[in-house]
Design a protein around this ligand. Structure first.
Ligand code: IDP
Ligand code: MG
Length: 139
């Protein structure tokens, strides 16, 4: 069954550059309700587990280094058609290919340091949200 929640992270580059406020404004102005949110930092073990699906990819080590180098904002978001609509709002993985006005077009530096994460399915949204939040942290 389709759910109406997705999971996001504002990645270390976005936090370092001071873009938390601007990105959250864009997310809420686009109709997403914040269900859960926190500033946190992933350990190497966390990032390896979170991105285990990419373990065989050549960029895996670089991705784990990047995602653990500073704090992130983790959040669960609610909206009709949340997963698909949020992927549209963030734009393509590579900001060079991202549509005008998308978060990655506006704030991402490269395919690796691309400012924001968005779940790719309802199933992964639930898994990823539960990775970062206990039930009593979801509202
Ligand atoms: P997505 O975040 O748009 O779903 P995925 O293919 O799932 O993209 O890749 C996960 C993350 O891994 C990307 O957001 C990006 O940070 C990083 N990544 C993906 N492809 C590359 C690459 O070719 N070089 C370096 N990093 C990459
Ligand atoms: Mg992905």
């Amino acid at each position: 069954m389709a759910t109406n929640r997705t999971f996001t992270m504002l990645k270390p580059d976005a936090v370092e550059k001071g873009h938390i406020g601007a990105i959250l404004e864009k997310i809420t102005a686009s109709g997403f309700r914040i269900v859960a949110m926190k500033l946190t930092q992933m350990t190497t073990e966390d990032a390896k587990a979170f991105y285990a699906v990419h373990a065989e990819r050549p960029f895996y080590g670089e991705l784990v280094e990047y995602m653990t180098r500073g704090p992130i904002v983790a959040a669960i978001l609610e909206k009709d058609n949340a997963v698909e609509d949020f992927r549209t709002l963030i734009g393509a993985t590579n900001p060079a290919d991202a549509a005008e006005g998308t978060i990655r077009k506006l704030y991402a530096a490269s395919i690796g340091e691309n400012a924001v994460h968005g779940s790719d399915s309802d199933e992964n949204a639930a898994i990823e949200g539960a990775f970062h939040f206990a039930g009593r942290e979801m509202f």
